[in-house]
Design a protein around this ligand. Structure first.
Ligand code: GAR
Length: 200
């Protein structure tokens, strides 16, 4: 049984897709052991609680230094006993001690086709604003392993989504979630849980 910890910052629709995937069997051999949010007001925490999952807030604002926060985040993950860390809309740069502690055991969902519209400053709606400003006809989502860079780790799954005339960033964000993110993130976790992903 793969134990996963899911890190979130906001609405938690990707978390919900994982919770639903585990419940429906789309994700097999998997248990969500903890949800961690950096934001005490994240609706994602309510989703976790509603599903009976251990949910904790570890906010940098409650620590005197970034280093203390980094250590608390690592401890929060280690205590959960998770084998895999899933970043599902977690808008915190992952500290090196966490990357080193979970080498090739952290995956992230990003709402574009990497290497387009990724890296520092590209998160959430900003990604879709940039895609529309550039006038791309195809965008999508990417699941990748997390390394020391921002959105630079090995790509595992991608799914393309068409833009449409009249799209706003909000409309495009929703379409990318519905057609790509909520499918490929659960699919990827299921693949890892069932030994179908080779690293390196
Ligand atoms: C998702 O679109 C996710 O891909 C994105 O934040 C959103 C979170 O939504 N992540 C990033 O931009 C990471 N760079 P959610 O809280 O409803 O899952």
């Amino acid at each position: 049984m793969l134990k996963i910890a899911v890190c979130v910052s906001g609405g938690g629709t990707n978390l919900q897709a994982i919770i639903d995937g585990v419940a429906s069997g789309v994700i097999s051999n998997t248990e969500i052991v903890r949800v961690i949010s950096n934001n005490p007001n994240a609706y994602a925490l309510k989703r976790a609680e509603a599903a009976g999952i251990d949910a904790v807030c570890i906010s940098p604002k409650t620590f005197e230094t970034r280093e203390e926060f980094n250590k608390a985040l690592l401890k929060g993950l280690e205590e959960s006993g998770a084998d895999l860390v899933v970043l599902a809309g977690f808008l915190v740069v992952i500290p090196e001690i966490v990357i080193a502690g979970y080498r090739n055991r952290i995956i992230n969902i990003h709402p574009s086709l990497i290497p387009s519209f990724c890296g520092t400053g590209y998160y959430g709606l900003k990604v879709h604003e940039a895609a529309l400003a550039r006038g791309v006809k195809v965008t999508g989502a990417t699941v990748h392993f997390v390394d020391e860079g921002t959105d630079t780790g090995p790509i595992i799954l991608q799914k393309a989504v068409y833009t449409e005339p009249g799209d706003t960033p909000e409309i495009l964000q929703r379409r990318v979630m519905e057609q790509a993110e909520w499918n490929i993130l659960p699919q990827e976790i299921n693949m890892i849980a069932n030994g179908e992903v080779k690293i390196g």
